[in-house]
Design a binder for this molecule. Structure first.
Ligand code: GP9
Ligand code: MN
Length: 664
């Protein structure tokens, strides 16, 4: 008779002897890890419902059902490999999300080289608690050692008895066949179950609150909200394969006409006023400053200005206080692309990497055709963001990358901005005028860990925090900007060059408390959205005219048409979607997430991409207003993003141009 103490022992024995014990354990563990990731996303609106849990379990069954077809040992090995792979994906996504606020997609993976180059940044993005993601490996190992020990003891006990007679061995053969059959049926059953509990809820979502999500695909977070992480990666891979290896979706004539009409109208609205051509044949120097945000312009910490040089420059420049970055996953490259080509970046990946072979109307190319010598300057590896290929395609005469600079001031990722500007000015002085120079800085890049020797700001309570370090880096970048201006004056460039300075994107520091502490006031959702999406723009005209603060809404897409305007080159023949900063008329700025503003209203979308779930703000009161007021501009925002995506992905510009030419 079994004693009561034997009961748990027997239960444990039965449990580990249960054929699918490891499989169930595996499913639970991966489910836990998906939850861990989810709980660490810190994103607004991402709620996990019971149905999401069902999808998560279903998607785990779908990636692993086939292991049930394997014999026990093979299955154990397969589950270990799958566990390692899935943990790797979850962990990489977590780290990537902490920096980019997004998930890794296939196009991003194709830039894997540069993920590695994030180096220090990656270290700062890994937290101690992430060890939870591998805690099971230790338990898993212990269980396997235990199992091995248990089975050995059992086998020894069995072999110490008699060998089974021949008839028993043949019975074992038929038992093996029935075991195989049962494995097959179990695996199949789990696949069907996985399919039903994954696709059922997804179909339900896609028919209710997520209508059109898979077609529109505004934002990866929205997709994740519907499909969960594993489903998101599956869909992303499918989307990539379809885009690059499947048939390209042909746009109908009607769709093309809509695009043509939109550009026709936009060209008229971009009409030129008195300043058209006022700076014809001036040099143009554009500086795109890394992670340069608008919220600290004109601000002080402990009585010290964060950006004293920028603030001083504002006195005889145009400062656009409501200028937005319009970037997506392609970060610096997106800021570059949208500024130079006046098109929206893509919803996933970087245009530089995905479609460098397609045709765009870019500022360097147009200026080149107008007699300018054009150069891009960036003291980093030329392959990063596929710049080498893209800059050639964009029509630059020169691309000065890291190898063209002397590393005499090593800072952060590469050369310090001060030396970068100094050396760039020397290169510019060798160029024929007028020139167009595009400089991309780097010293204020995440994780903002500049050496003590160049830190000049006392950040007080922010000392040694990433936010404090960010302010330090910006202070350094600003000092470099001051030296650039001095250098331009010294080299005789100040009076014949348009200087256009803007930030590329936010700083990847999302903690609201830091901004509240720095600005000394509580912030609303609208405030935070503006803070994270606004970058400063400063335009210094050769004669210092038109100085002042301009608060009209504007964005990176506006750069190319605006500079063309000042230089007296009409942007009408080109496929550009931005506004002309120097022309009258209504301004409308659309961000890649689908957020938009016209200066009166401000719309923040929700990740489920359902218009009604977004928030419509009245900017005069800064209070939420009737969502209906945002409906029409929302449709226009959606249309613009779609037009831009079509233009880029289907390489439509050459076709539209040849159509326009034959129509004349
Ligand atoms: C590196 C620089 C940084 O060349 O452009 O890119 P980011 O990480 O900011 O996209
Ligand atoms: Mn950047």
């Amino acid at each position: 008779m079994a004693s009561s103490g034997d009961k748990p022992k027997n239960f444990f024995k039965k449990l580990i002897n249960y054929r699918n014990f490891e499989y169930i354990l595996f499913t639970l563990i991966i489910f836990f890890k998906l939850h861990f990731l989810h709980d660490n996303l810190h994103a607004r609106y991402i709620d996990m419902s019971l149905l999401d849990d069902v999808i998560a379990i279903g998607s785990i069954l779908l990636v692993s059902f086939w292991t049930l077809w394997l014999p026990r040992r093979g299955r154990a090995i397969a589950l270990i490999i799958l566990n390692v792979l899935l943990t790797g994906i979850i962990f990489s996504d977590l780290v990537y999300y902490r920096y980019f606020g997004d998930f890794i997609t296939v196009p991003v993976l194709l830039q894997a080289g540069q993920v590695g180059e994030l180096g220090d940044s990656i270290q700062s993005l890994i937290h101690l608690k992430d060890l939870w993601l591998v805690a099971d490996w230790i338990i898993w190992l212990a269980i396997h050692i235990g199992l091995l020990f248990y089975r050995r003891t059992r086998a020894r006990k069995q072999t110490s008895g008699n060998q089974p007679p021949y008839s028993q061995a043949s019975r074992h053969g038929s038992k093996r066949n029935s075991l195989r059959l049962s494995r097959f049926v179990t695996g199949l059953g789990v696949f069907v179950l996985g399919f039903v509990i994954t696709m059922g809820p997804i179909r339900f979502y896609a028919k209710t609150w997520a209508v059109g999500l898979f077609e529109g695909g505004w934002w990866n977070i929205s997709l994740y909200n519907v499909t969960g992480l594993l489903g998101f990666h599956y869909y992303d891979a499918y989307r990539y394969a379809k885009e690059h290896h499947g048939d390209k979706p042909e746009l109908s004539d009607q769709e093309k006409d809509t695009i043509r009409e939109w550009f026709q109208k936009a060209g008229d609205e971009r009409a030129n006023d008195g300043t058209f051509g006022a700076y014809k044949e001036s040099n143009v120097l554009v500086v795109q400053v890394e992670a340069f945000m608008n919220f600290m312009i004109g601000k002080e910490i402990g009585g010290q200005e964060i950006t004293p040089n920028f603030n001083k420059l504002m006195q005889d420049s145009l400062y656009f206080s409501n200028y937005f970055h319009q970037t997506g996953q392609g970060r610096t490259s997106d800021a570059d692309f949208s500024s130079q080509s006046s098109l929206h970046p893509l919803p996933t990946g970087s245009v530089f990497v995905r479609y460098p072979d397609h045709t765009y109307d870019t500022l360097p190319q147009i200026l080149n055709q107008n007699g300018y010598e054009t150069g891009a300057f960036h003291a980093y590896e030329g392959s990063f963001w596929n710049r080498i290929n893209m800059y050639k395609a964009m029509g630059y005469d020169h691309f000065y990358s890291k190898k063209d600079f002397k590393m005499d001031e090593s800072l952060g990722w590469s050369l310090g901005d001060k030396s970068f500007f100094r050396q760039s000015l020397v290169k510019m002085s060798e160029e024929q005028q007028p020139f167009y120079s595009f400089l991309i800085t780097l010293s204020s890049h995440h994780p903002y860990s500049l050496p003590a020797s160049v830190r000049q700001l006392d950040t007080g309570e922010f000392k040694d925090t990433i936010f404090g370090n960010y302010l330090e880096s910006i202070h350094y970048a600003d000092a470099a900007l001051g030296e650039l201006v001095e250098g331009m004056k010294r080299d005789g460039l100040w009076d014949n060059t348009i200087l256009y300075v803007y930030g590329d994107h936010d700083n990847s520091i999302p903690e609201q408390a830091d901004y509240e502490k720095f600005l000394g006031k509580p912030l609303t959702e609208l405030d935070m959205h503006q803070i994270m999406n606004q970058v400063p723009l400063l335009v210094h005209l050769p004669d210092g005219k038109a100085a002042g603060v301009y608060d009209q809404p504007a964005g990176q897409l506006d750069m190319a048409p605006s500079l063309l305007h000042l230089l007296g080159i009409s942007s009408k023949p080109y496929y550009m979607m931005g506004n002309n900063l120097f022309a009258d008329g209504d301004k409308f700025v659309v961000l890649r997430s689908g957020a938009f503003t016209d200066g009166k209203l401000y719309y923040i979308p929700s990740p489920d991409n359902l218009f009604d779930n977004g928030t419509c703000y009245d900017l005069s009161s800064k209070v939420e207003t009737d969502i209906e007021k945002c409906r029409v501009p929302h449709e226009e925002a959606k249309k613009r993003l779609q037009i831009s995506d079509n233009l880029i992905m289907s390489n439509l510009i050459p076709e539209l141009k040849s159509g326009a030419a034959s129509a004349q």
